[in-house]
Structure formats: structure tokens, C-alpha cells
Design a protein around this ligand. Structure first.
Ligand code: BES
Ligand code: MN
Ligand code: ZN
Length: 497
């Protein structure tokens, strides 16, 4: 869908050439004259409309307006959640009409939530078609965001556009079934991204990964007919001297559980086990469009977790790239086994921060449900930045603990570490396992098992946590480019001994 920004007061909106106007109405501070304001006043007077969040009123052939349809939609108190709810309701109200061109009008008070509004509109219009030709792609091809003064909203709009594109790519790859989203398909998608300026991509296969000593990653892939891929993406938006942020995505294109086989019901949803990888692809799409002044590396470990004659067995011991040996007590705890080697690989970039993104544990879904991703961090600033990035985009995160006592259960009599502890605090013990491989840099881990996709009738990928990641990366690039920081960064930092 094409996104556009326009200067549109309510008065100008009345004569805007569009198939439908969606006008957000706050409780306070709104235009009082003009056609739309008059219609609103009358509708409120007659009790047909109130600006409660998400409340909608649709006119067909509104008198005097150029657009064939007008939707008034309330934003209540104007909280970000209210704006999202309002846009979703407004766009959904037009679902049955054959509209191709929608104009969503925001008021000044809603400008801080421009990206949330654009995202809500795009989400409401998304239709999955890749393997369902009978599904009609959304007819909406153009979405205009109307604001009182476009010049003031330019940078917010650029961010919104990039985010929407990034989420769309992540959601699309997340949704594709495992036979249409193999490790090699993900590698091809990454290579496509490298066609953008500033983006490059390198793809490794089983031989290179074994040569690197990634015995843990290779072990997970060893029973699959699909060869593993290790994908290295680089976005270079700043001087080479600036340390990059490294994003690490879990790319299990299908998780059967391996020999520790998962139960049958619902197993189809394990095609979503590459949503961490998809979020890295989506974030790179967004970076390529937005071109922020920052360096970012994306690492994707992609393979299937299959049972079979060559499969890893409970009790097997593998040697990770870090040199630590791992006793595999449960082959279904495979995400941490591929991520640990990618984390070790991340060290070579001398990163300023490493963030891994993974549909890692069912336990995280039990703890946080679908609303918030689990956020773990060894660095307070990184934690605060990711928390803030999530709050700002409504792609919410929740800080989880990393006390050392939680690692107790990972002890093994036969290796340096076991890949599982008991059932208690399963999301935390998984993070404690990863932390052993993330000692050399500020590290954060997002457990997106609950947030990456929806189950039930609305089954489908969400494209999360691309909004958080993008907001974090742009905040880092803004920090790095403030003059004060530049001056101190040019002084050689004192080495810690
Ligand atoms: N991909 C799953 C985690 C998962 C399960 C995400 C259900 C979303 C919904 C992961 O590989 C896994 O199987 N984890 C196990 C770990 C356990 C064996 C310690 C789990 O959560 O059951
Ligand atoms: Mn698993
Ligand atoms: Zn998994």
C-alpha cells in the first residue's frame, strides 16, 4: 500500500479527492467551523456520535463533501492505544465498500502517534495471498495521512513509512508456511535486501558453519533435508569507526521438537518459529528506506528442527563455537542452541550492543500472554531504551529478571551446561542459557513467543517487534549524531583493564 502525507485541515478535507475520509475526533480541542465540524456537532447533539475511543459513524454521500464516504471516529482521551483503536475501527468500517484510496485525518494532538495510526491502517488492510490465490488482495492501494501541517510531520512520517514497510515484510515471511519459507528462501530474501544502497549480505551453508566451529547450530540442523543457512546482513549508515548494533534472529523455519517431538495439535504454528529472523529482515527493509546514521549487523541462524535417523538425541553433547560443551536434554529447546553460536559470532563486530529476537519459550507465553514481549538485558541503558522504544510504538516489552540463581538448573554432569532446566521460570532459564554466550558486550534478548503471531481465527504473524527495534535504532542514531556526543566520542576512550 502506498503511504502519503498531506497538509489537510478539516476544511480542506471536505474538498479532498479521496474515496473515503476517516476523521479522528478527540474529546477536546477540535475545529469548530466548516462542514465536517458542523456535521460532527449535529451528530453529537442527536446522540448518534460521541468521541469515545473507537466509536464510529459512517456517512454515505455526505452533503457538500467531495469524498463519497465520511467516517467520524472517536479517539477518546487520545492515548496511543486510543489512536490505534480509532484507526482500526475507521478502516474496518470501510471493509465492505470498494474503496481504493483512504484519507485518515489526524489533528495536531495525534501527531506523536502518527506511526501508530499508519501501522493500524496498514494492519487493517493486510490480506495474506502468497499461498491463497482465492483471497482477494485488499483493494486499498493508497493511504493518505492528512495532518494540519505536513512540514511539521515529515520526519515522523518517514519513520512511519519505514516501519510499515518493515512490519509488512516481517509479517509476510512469518506467515509463509515452512515449505514456502525454507532457510534458503530466507537467504534469498536477505539477498534481495542487499539490492538496497548501504545494505550487503553474505550467506553461509553447512560447510562454512562447521568450519566456524558452530557445532551447536549444526547439530540442530543435522536431521533436516533442508540445508541450514547462516545469514549475515550489514547496514552501513555511519562511519566504519562507529560500533554497530547487532541483531540476531532465531530462524527455525519449522520446529517439530526433534526427537523430543511436540504434540500434534497446533504444531502447524511452529512455522512461525522463524519470526525472530523475519523481524531482522523487516528491520533491514525499514533501515534501507529510512537511512539512519547508524551501523547495524543482522545475523540469522536458519534451519529446521526435525526428527530422523540423523537427529540429535537427548543426552548428546555438542561443542559450541564458544568452546563450551552443551548436554542436550531436550531437543525441543533448539532455539537457544542455534542462537548461542550466532551470539558468539556477533563478538567479531565489536558491537555496541547485541539484541537477539526469538520465539524462544512457551513459558514466556504463559508469563506475559500476547501483549508484551519478554525483555532481558545485561545493560541498564539498553533495557531502558528498548522499554521506551516499545512504549512509544505500542510494541510493548516487559523487563524480566536475570538473577544468577535462575541458572542453577542448567548444571550438567556431562557438559559445561545443559540446554534445559526444569519447568519453572522456563523463559528465564532459557535467557540464562543465552547469557553465557553474551558476556562480551551489552546484550538484550526479546522472547517474542507470545507477541510474534496470533492464534485462533485471526491466526497470523504480527510483524513484531520491528517497531521496537526500529525505534530503538533510530534513537541510538539520534544520540550518536548529537554534537555533544560526537565531541566526546572523538577522544580516544580510556581502555578498561
Ligand atoms: N519454538 C518453541 C517455543 C514456543 C512454543 C513458542 C510454543 C511459542 C509457542 C521452542 O523451541 C520450544 O520448543 N521451547 C520449549 C522449551 C522447553 C523444551 C524447555 C518450550 O517452550 O516448551
Ligand atoms: Mn522447540
Ligand atoms: Zn523453537
Amino acid at each position: 500500500m502506498n503511504l502519503e502525507l498531506q497538509s489537510l485541515s478539516w476544511a480542506q478535507a471536505a474538498s479532498a479527492k479521496t474515496d473515503a475520509l476517516v476523521v479522528l475526533v478527540a474529546k477536546a480541542a477540535r475545529p469548530e467551523t466548516g462542514l465536517i465540524a458542523n456535521m460532527l456537532a449535529q451528530a453529537e447533539k442527536s446522540g448518534d456520535f460521541s468521541p469515545a475511543a473507537g466509536q464510529c459513524m459512517l456517512w454515505w454521500k455526505p452533503p457538500g463533501l467531495t469524498a463519497l464516504r465520511l467516517v467520524l471516529v472517536g479517539v477518546g482521551e487520545g492515548r496511543p492505544q486510543d489512536v490505534r483503536q480509532a484507526v482500526t475501527a475507521g478502516v474496518n468500517a470501510l471493509k465492505k465498500s470498494k474503496v481504493q484510496h483512504i484519507t485518515v485525518c489526524l489533528q495536531a494532538a495525534q501527531l506523536p502517534h502518527l506511526a501508530i495510526a499508519a501501522q493500524a491502517a496498514d494492519d487493517a488492510n493486510y490480506v495474506y495471498t502468497a499461498t491463497k490465490p482465492s483471497a482477494k488482495a485488499s483493494a486499498v492501494s493508497k493511504l493518505v495521512i492528512g495532518v494540519p501541517q505536513a512540514a511539521q510531520a515529515k520526519s515522523a512520517f518517514a519513520l512511519a513509512q519505514a516501519q510499515v514497510a518493515g512490519v509488512a515484510l516481517a509479517r509476510e515471511w512469518g506467515n509463509r508456511p515452512a515449505n514456502h519459507a525454507t532457510p534458503e528462501h530466507l537467504a534469498q530474501a536477505a539477498k534481495q535486501l542487499a539490492k538496497h544502497a548501504r545494505v550487503s549480505c553474505q550467506v553461509m551453508g553447512p560447510k562454512e558453519v562447521t568450519r566456524l566451529g558452530m557445532g551447536s547450530f549444526a547439530a540442530v540442523a543435522q536431521a533436516s533435508a533442508e540445508p541450514l543457512r547462516f545469514i549475515v546482513l550489514e547496514y552501513k549508515g555511519a562511519a566504519a569507526s562507529q560500533a554497530p548494533v547487532v541483531l540476531v534472529g532465531k530462524g527455525i523455519t519449522f520446529d517439530t521438537g526433534g526427537i523430543s517431538l511436540k504434540p500434534g495439535p497446533g504444531m502447524d504454528e511452529m512455522k512461525f518459529d522463524m519470526c525472530g529472523a523475519a523481524s531482522v529482515l523487516g528491520t533491514f527493509e525499514a533501515l534501507a528506506q529510512l537511512k539512519p546514521a547508524i551501523n547495524v549487523v543482522g545475523l540469522i541462524a536458519a534451519c529446521e528442527n526435525m526428527p530422523g535417523g540423523k537427529a540429535l538425541k537427548p543426552g548428546d553433547v555438542v561443542t559450541s563455537m564458544s568452546g563450551q560443551t552443551i548436554e542436550i536434554l531436550n531437543t525441543d529447546a533448539e532455539g537457544r542452541l542455534i542462537l548461542c553460536d550466532a551470539l558468539t559470532y556477533a563478538k567479531r563486530f565489536k558491537p555496541r550492543a547485541v539484541i537477539d529476537i526469538a520465539t524462544l519459550t512457551g513459558a514466556c507465553v504463559i508469563a506475559l500472554g500476547n501483549l508484551r514481549s519478554g525483555l532481558y538485558a545485561t545493560d541498564e541503558q539498553l533495557a531502558a531504551q528498548l522499554q521506551a522504544a516499545g512504549d512509544q510504538t505500542l510494541d510493548l516489552n516487559w523487563r524480566m529478571p536475570l538473577d544468577d540463581e535462575y541458572a542453577e538448573g542448567l548444571k550438567s554432569n556431562f557438559a559445561d551446561v545443559a540446554n534445559v532446566a526444569d519447568r519453572n521460570a522456563g523463559s528465564v532459564t532459557a535467557a540464562k542459557f543465552l547469557q553465557r554466550f553474551a558476556k562480551d558486550f551489552p546484550w538484550a534478548h526479546l522472547d517474542i513467543a507470545g507477541s510474534a503471531w496470533k492464534s485462533g481465527a485471526a491466526k497470523g504473524a504480527t510483524g513484531r517487534p520491528v517497531p521496537s527495534l526500529l525505534a530503538y535504532l533510530t534513537s541510538v542514531s539520534a544520540l550518536a549524531s548529537t554534537p555533544a556526543k560526537k565531541a566526546s566520542a572523538s577522544k580516544p576512550a580510556r581502555r578498561r583493564t
